[in-house]
Ligand binder design. Structure first.
Ligand SMILES: C[S@@+](CC[C@H](N)C(=O)[O-])C[C@H]1O[C@@H](n2cnc3c(N)ncnc32)[C@H](O)[C@@H]1O
Length: 275
C-alpha cells in the first residue's frame, strides 16, 4: 500500500510560509505568518508555540491557512485579512472601505485626553471611527462626534460604535460639517502627489483616505484650518516633513501656541494648536 504523506506540522508551515511572504516583499513575514496561522487554529501567537509545534493540521485547516497566505502574498494587509486592528484599548473591525488605523494616530487620542471635562470634540475624517471611539472609551465624559465624506467609511464606524457600545454621533459630510466644537482632532488625507506607496496601501486602502490634494498634499488640511474660527484646540496628524508648513497655517489662523508631537521614529506627526 502506498504511504500517505504526513500532514505538515505547525513549525514546517511557519517556516515555509514565512519564506513565501519574505519572497513576496512583506516587511514582517514571520509575524504575519504567525498571526494568520494563529487565526486559522483559533489560538494566540504564543499559543502556536505552546501547542506542540510538531502537530499536523487537518485538511480544512491547511486549506484555510493556504488561502490566507495567498492573500498576503498579493500584499493584502494583515488587518484586512483578519478583519480587525487593535487601537489603544479597543479592537476595530476594518475592511477595504476604511484606512487601517496606524499606531501614530494614537497620539491624536492622547491630545483629546487633555480636554476639560464635558468638552465637545469632533474627529474629522473618522474612517473606522478609531480616534472618536478610542477617546470616548477612555473619556466617557467628553461629548464626542465624528464626520467623514465617505458613507462607506461611516457604515464601518457606526458598526464599530454599536459593537463597542460607545456613544458617538456620526455625520456624513465635508470636514467638521459645521456645528460648535471646543476641539477638533483630524487625521485627514495628506500624502503628496507622486509619493511612492507600499503595495499594501496603493492596492488596498481607499484612495480618498490617502491623497490630500494640491502640490504638497495639504489641500484638505488647509480647507479644515480655514473653518476653525471658534475652535480652542486643534490636533492634526500630518506626514513626515509637513510640520513646518502646517505650523505656519495654524499660526496664520490665530493659534498662538503650536506644539509638535513626534512618533516613535522621531518624526513630527501631530501638531496641536491652542488659542
Ligand atoms: C487618513 S484617513 C483617516 C481615518 C481615521 N481617522 C484614522 O486615523 O484611522 C482620512 C479619512 O478622511 C476622510 N476624508 C477625506 N476628505 C474629507 C473631507 N473633506 N471631509 C471629511 N472627511 C474626509 C476619508 O474618507 C478618510 O476616511
Amino acid at each position: 500500500m502506498p504511504e500517505t504523506a504526513a500532514p505538515a506540522t505547525v513549525s514546517q508551515l511557519l517556516s515555509r510560509a514565512t519564506g513565501r511572504l519574505a519572497d513576496a516583499g512583506c516587511d514582517t513575514p514571520r509575524l504575519d505568518t504567525e498571526l494568520l496561522l494563529a487565526e486559522v487554529l483559533g489560538v494566540t501567537r504564543t499559543g502556536l508555540y505552546l501547542a506542540a509545534p510538531g502537530t499536523g493540521l487537518d485538511d480544512a485547516q491547511s486549506g484555510a491557512f493556504e488561502a490566507l497566505i495567498a492573500r498576503r502574498v498579493e500584499r493584502e494587509p494583515v488587518a484586512y485579512i483578519l478583519g480587525h486592528r487593535e487601537f489603544r484599548r479597543i479592537s476595530l473591525a476594518v475592511d477595504r472601505r476604511v484606512l487601517i488605523p496606524r499606531p501614530e494616530t494614537e497620539l491624536l487620542v492622547e491630545v483629546g485626553l487633555s480636554l476639560d471635562r464635558g468638552a465637545r470634540v469632533v474627529d474629522v475624517g473618522t474612517g473606522s471611527g478609531a480616534v472618536a471611539l478610542a477617546l470616548k472609551d477612555e473619556r466617557p465624559d467628553l461629548d464626542v462626534s465624528a464626520t467623514d465624506i465617505s458613507a462607506d467609511a461611516l457604515a464601518v464606524a457606526r458598526a464599530n460604535a454599536a459593537r463597542l457600545g460607545l456613544e458617538v454621533r456620526f455625520a456624513e459630510g465635508e470636514l467638521a460639517c459645521g456645528g460648535v466644537h471646543d476641539a477638533v482632532l483630524a487625521n485627514l488625507p495628506y500624502v503628496e502627489p507622486g509619493s511612492e506607496l507600499a503595495p499594501e496601501i496603493a492596492r488596498y486602502e481607499p484612495a480618498p483616505a490617502i491623497w490630500g490634494g494640491g502640490p504638497d498634499g495639504l489641500d484638505v488640511v488647509r480647507r479644515l484650518v480655514r473653518t476653525l474660527a471658534g475652535t480652542q484646540l486643534v490636533g492634526l496628524e500630518i506626514g513626515a516633513g509637513q510640520a513646518g508648513a502646517v505650523a505656519e497655517l495654524l499660526g496664520a489662523a490665530g493659534f498662538r501656541s503650536v506644539q509638535r508631537l513626534s512618533d516613535l521614529a522621531g518624526h513630527e506627526r501631530v501638531l496641536v494648536g491652542r488659542r
